[in-house]
Design a protein around this ligand. Structure first.
Ligand code: SF4
Length: 367
């Protein structure tokens, strides 16, 4: 189960997510909307959903505050049965991580916190409009640990413009010194409509060259695997036993439900998504209408391609037949992949070519 909490205090310079910029978060109106969405989509009184992972993502779910997160979990648990050992994740902005909040989140049932760090470099944080300092990230991790969180994840962005002078090695050292259980690394991309896209169009910012992306991606692989982390998915690292179960479900094609603006759901055959604007979503659910805005039924071909792409993203890889092994032979020789029995598993240099390799293999599989 994914629940999208769309509020952010300000839009980060690179972000094109479905967010609602709000200085004051309308906590009760939003949670009432979630209740109405469940009422509109699922028969009232049905309490039999078995949920293995619950992920509060955003936006900034921590902006709901201690009481808001507790109330959101309460209304969700009124309609679902969480597995006893379910992974329950809250994405948090370092500014929202206080003693009071972390204790309340723990007692409400959150057992994993994913903190948006992005960098520990003051200039880079300012350029990204992050609104928090490096010191606040360190304090947030310590505060979460002190409240008893045993599963803390940090996000970092790689390939920032060279003009910022950010040291990637220093940022990797920081996440290691904080002993983060899980680390997600994403490359900076220029999305239309963002402040970053405008800066690039005006010539006041320049994208990092592809070689910088590759260099930082491979450096992270070396440093983090050297420190004992498993590079278990193209963008994700975990200490043994700390792989993200929720994201892992997406990568294996498991069905999931989504609530909140822009949330997606998938029943194994069709994908559906909600109206992305918070105002539109609230208007629909307040009128008793299911806020689904679109749907697509996947063909067998789509499912094969998607499954292959998702399998190649992970360290589990994909099973090859004899002809496919011939196709992948040169990839193994080039160091882009390993064959483990019948399984082809991409290496870090292979993950840099993920799209091209997935297309080549999918084309072979379609023939
Ligand atoms: S905090 Fe996350 S969702 Fe909000 S604006 Fe920044 S990147 Fe986007």
């Amino acid at each position: 189960m994914y629940v999208h909490v769309p509020f952010c205090a300000r839009r980060c310079s690179y972000c094109n997510f479905a967010i609602a910029v709000r200085r004051h978060v309308p906590v009760d109106a939003y949670i009432d909307g979630i209740v109405r969405e469940m009422d509109a989509r699922y028969p009232v009184g049905e309490t039999s959903w078995a949920v293995r992972t619950l992920y509060l993502g955003g936006g900034t779910p921590s902006a709901l505050g201690p009481k808001g997160v507790a109330r959101l979990l309460e209304v969700l648990q009124g309609r679902m049965v969480l597995d006893a050992d379910a992974e329950v994740t809250l994405e948090a902005n370092p500014e929202d991580v206080s003693d009071l909040a972390t204790v309340a989140w723990r007692s409400a049932g959150i057992n994993r916190v994913s903190i948006g760090a992005q960098s520990f470099d003051a200039r880079a944080l300012d350029w990204m409009h992050r609104g928090h300092s490096a010191e606040r990230i360190r304090e947030a991790v310590e505060t979460a640990r002190a409240a008893g969180f045993e599963n803390v994840s940090l996000d970092l962005i790689l390939a920032l413009p060279a003009s910022l002078g950010r040291s990637w090695a220093a940022d990797l050292d920081e996440v290691l010194s904080l002993r983060s259980d899980h680390i997600s690394l994403y490359g900076l991309t220029v999305e239309p409509g963002t402040p970053l896209a405008r800066w690039i169009a005006r010539g006041t910012a320049a994208e990092a060259p592809e070689e910088a992306y590759e260099g930082e991606y491979l450096a992270a692989h070396e440093v983090l695997t050297g420190a004992g982390y498993e590079h278990y998915e193209v963008s994700n690292y975990a200490r043994p036993g700390y792989r993200a179960c929720h994201n892992g479900a997406y990568w294996t094609g498991a069905p999931y439900a989504g609530l909140g603006p822009a949330a997606h759901g998938f029943d194994g055959e069709a994908r559906r998504w909600n109206a992305s604007s918070y105002t539109r979503w609230l208007e629909l659910v307040s009128g008793g209408v299911d806020p689904i805005e679109g749907a697509e039924r996947l063909t067998a071909e789509n499912r094969m391609q998607e499954r292959l792409y998702l399998e190649l993203r992970t360290a589990g890889g994909t099973v090859l037949d004899g002809e496919e092994k011939e196709l992948a032979g040169p990839w193994v020789e080039a160091g882009w992949a390993r064959l483990c029995g019948d399984r082809l598993v991409l290496t870090a240099t292979g993950w840099l070519r993920l799209d091209a390799l997935a297309v080549a293999l999918a084309n072979a599989r379609s023939r």
